[in-house]
Design a protein around this ligand. Sequence first.
Ligand code: SAM
Length: 271
Amino acid sequence: MKANNDFQFKKKFGQNFLTDTNLLQAICNDAGITEVDNVLEIGAGAGALTTQIAQNTKGKVLSVEIDTTLKPILENKLSKYKNVEVLFGDILRIDVNVLREKFDNQPFKVVANLPYYISTPIIFYLIESDLPIKSITVMLQKELAERICANVGTKDYGGISVVLGLYGKVTKTRDVSRKLFTPQPNVDSSIIHIEIDKDLSCDIKKVSKMVKICFAMRRKTLSNNLMQGLNLPRTEVDKILQSINIAPSARAETLEKEKYIMLTEKFINQL
Ligand code: SAM
């Protein structure tokens, strides 16, 4: 498929671009961009969202884009915005210190229409870094957004819902029809907003490890997953579960994040 400047859309880079100005402004509103905010965008594409962000802030806007063939289009579109810089490279291979320096160590917000094929790794790359990120507002495949924002006890609730909840308050701000993308993907999308507020009462990395163990086999009981994952006898696992009012026969999707924090404390020597 062709766009302008002989540009060819590349499926392998998840290139589904936006043009609807109302939607682009809605993304900026969902991100709460004010005129003093610094913003990191992942995937400039043809610069539609970058432009909208630049119109909402006088702060620094850095956009990381993997596809160098977009260079002429981006130069043409963005040269009038002196606060915008495009950094060509793979976001997952850029040293976080490069990003930190680009923003002079100042806090920034992340805003992106993420490439579907690596949405989850990008979110974790950012959230697990120690970068001064205030919030993350991203377009994702609808199914992934629903899993991330799922309530405890529902079929969508999983490890990712618990773990991201340890980093801040996560909300789905809107659904977006596939019709608004060019080329049109075969899935719908949603925007999620994560207001970063790390749970300082726990070691998030350790709790994440515990969550992974508990959800390893969804249909197994917690007792079975913990025995296997921590290599402990059932009697010991069940005794500890009962001491914090968790039935050994319970399943991982019935536990709130607070229970995972408690479980992590109880089994800390095995993690
Ligand atoms: N922001 C544009 C828009 O909304 O129209 C483009 C969004 S498009 C869904 C995702 C963009 O991310 C593409 O331009 C793609 O080339 C870029 N991209 C894909 N993988 C990337 C990576 N690993 N690092 C940086 N950019 C990437």
